[in-house]
Design a protein around this ligand. Structure first.
Ligand SMILES: O=P(O)(O)OP(=O)(O)OP(=O)(O)OC[C@H]1O[C@@H](n2cnc3c(O)ncnc32)[C@H](O)[C@@H]1O
Ligand SMILES: [Mg+2]
Length: 203
């Protein structure tokens, strides 16, 4: 079976990648399968830089093709925050619930039409001996007044998806994987995916 390694320790992301790749008969391994590998420091100043850091660091250690995902929530009324700091917005250790509470309290009193936001996902593909490249995807929405739904992870319960009329956490996994920032970024790899997987097998 073909296999792809994703440089993430986030179980929510891991599940999404597993589902998306399973439909093409590709097995996914993540850093949750390699607990001995170090946490990659996210010292970049953009999603793309951080995605490259994750992909290249792990690709060098394993000498295999690795995909890195750096993603987050961009809230217009907060000047783009939490942005690249989405995972630890409310501090260490990272906590989805506290991050949600912080965003909601910062948006207290902001009216619906000004609560626009988007999820952003940068993916980096690192292949030994080749130049790393990146793609990105977004998903537009609005920040709710309070959480709705229990699916997904991270900020999904407070992210309203206008085209669906529900929050991201009220969508099924399959529905989210049709429209999410992650899915939209992966779609841009689509045309190259077979050649990427072949190179991964050889690497
Ligand atoms: O770095 P890795 O190990 O991949 O795991 P992480 O959780 O630290 O991942 P990021 O550094 O990319 O930070 C992304 C954060 O943005 C949020 N996020 C990203 N994608 C999301 C999604 O699909 N739904 C909800 N929140 C998301 C969530 O809070 C994540 O922790
Ligand atoms: Mg991270």
């Amino acid at each position: 079976m073909k296999e792809v390694i994703i440089a993430t320790k986030n179980p929510g992301k891991a599940k999404e990648f597993e589902k998306i790749f399973a439909s093409r008969g590709v097995a996914v391994r993540t850093l949750l399968d390699f607990p001995e590998l170090p946490e990659v420091e996210e010292t970049g100043s953009t999603f793309e830089e951080n995605a490259v850091l994750k992909a290249e660091t792990i690709s060098k250690v394993l000498n295999k093709m690795v995909i890195g995902d750096d993603s987050g929530l961009i809230v217009d009324a907060l000047g783009g925050k939490p942005g690249i700091y989405s995972a630890r917005y409310a501090g260490e250790p990272k906590n989805d619930q506290k991050n949600i509470e912080k965003v909601l309290s910062e948006l207290n009193g902001v009216e619906e039409e000004s609560r626009t936001a988007r999820f952003y996902c940068a993916l980096a593909v690192a292949i030994p001996g080749q130049e790393t490249y990146t793609v990105s995807g977004t998903c537009e929405g609005r920040i709710l007044e309070k959480p709705r739904g229990t699916n997904g992870f991270g900020y999904d319960p407070i992210f309203y998806v206008p085209e669906k009329g529900v929050s991201m956490a009220e969508l099924s996994a399959n529905e989210k994987n049709q429209i999410s920032h992650r899915a939209n970024a992966l779609k841009k790899l689509e045309s190259e995916l077979d050649s990427i997987l072949e190179r991964a097998e050889r690497s």
